[in-house]
Design a protein around this ligand. Structure first.
Ligand code: PAF
Length: 282
């Protein structure tokens, strides 16, 4: 695996592949790689001839008082994991390589970015949309692979690719979980030993709501209220729990069949998100 730090080195390598007729799959990450990330790389390798991974802790998607400074940076271990998994290139740029000091352009997917995580983290999805656009322009991938765990992020990215006619196929990959059910996340490392025993209850709240919806006998607002109560009683500070349409993340009605349950809650100083996406049938 080749590790490059500059856009020029990256573009030189991917240009040579493209000229040789090879397709490129891209996995953007912020590093501190776990089994969920490595699964994205494994899927990327099945989708194209070459797999490019980026590690860049993007300051533009962190708000004031958020964990940009403390976000885990484990580049040496990450490189070893990617080498074993079989990525072709790791793009590991410094901030100055990505953002000009007088950068003026931001990409905004206006409506979806205001909902749910966007309401609690103003500006977050503009930061994500902007860096993803920039990375797509640098790598020019055929396919880009993202985790379904960040379901709202994936919806933002699918929408920007559609709206800007970007010639890249977006692939979503199922969430990888601990045996406890807890969705793997770089932020799980912030959890104390006690919090680690509580954290899987976020997924449990989603399963309970999913089962109640399939049982078909309760209004969605009541299911949401019950889930929020359960999370609060379990020691979380819930942010939202919402029964949504998976296509546009608007609140679902009983007539909708493609659903996603979105949840976010704080446990101590850790903000956790999770979801279940499913088809309700008619
Ligand atoms: O999901 C992430 O790790 C980040 O939001 C992404 C997509 C790499 C953009 O910085």
């Amino acid at each position: 695996m080749l590790t490059v730090n500059t856009v020029l080195e990256l573009q030189t390598a991917v240009k040579a592949w493209r000229l040789a007729g090879e397709s490129i799959a891209f996995v953007p990450t912020m590093g501190n790689l776990h089994a969920g990330h490595l699964q994205l790389v494994n899927v990327a390798k099945t989708k194209a001839d070459r797999a490019v991974v980026s590690i860049f802790v993007n300051p533009a998607q962190f708000g004031v008082g958020e964990d940009f400074d403390s976000y885990p940076r484990t580049e040496q271990e990450d490189q070893e994991k990617l080498e074993i998994t079989g990525a072709d290139i790791l793009f590991l740029p410094p901030i100055a390589e990505i953002y000009a000091p007088d950068a003026q352009t931001t990409v905004s997917v206006t409506d979806i970015s205001k909902l749910y995580c966007g309401a609690s983290r103003p500006g977050h999805f503009n930061g994500v949309a902007t860096i993803v656009c920039k990375l797509f322009n640098m790598v020019q991938p055929t396919v880009a692979v993202f985790g379904l765990k960040d379901f709202q992020q994936l919806t933002v990215i699918r929408t920007l690719v559609r709206d800007l006619n970007m010639p890249v196929q977006i692939v979503g990959v199922a969430t990888v979980r601990e045996t406890s059910g807890l969705a793997m996340s770089s932020r799980n490392g912030y959890l104390t030993i006690e919090e680690k025993t509580i954290a899987p209850l976020l997924y449990q709240s989603l399963i309970t709501a999913h089962d109640a919806i399939l049982a078909g006998n309760r209004p969605y607002p009541e299911i949401e209220r019950q889930a929020l109560r359960f999370l609060q009683q379990s020691g979380f500070q819930p942010d939202y729990f919402s029964v949504c349409r998976s296509s546009d993340l608007k609140k679902a009605g009983q007539e909708d069949t493609d659903l996603v349950l979105l949840a976010a809650a704080r446990l101590g100083k850790t903000r956790l998100i999770d979801n279940i996406c499913f088809w309700k049938g008619t």
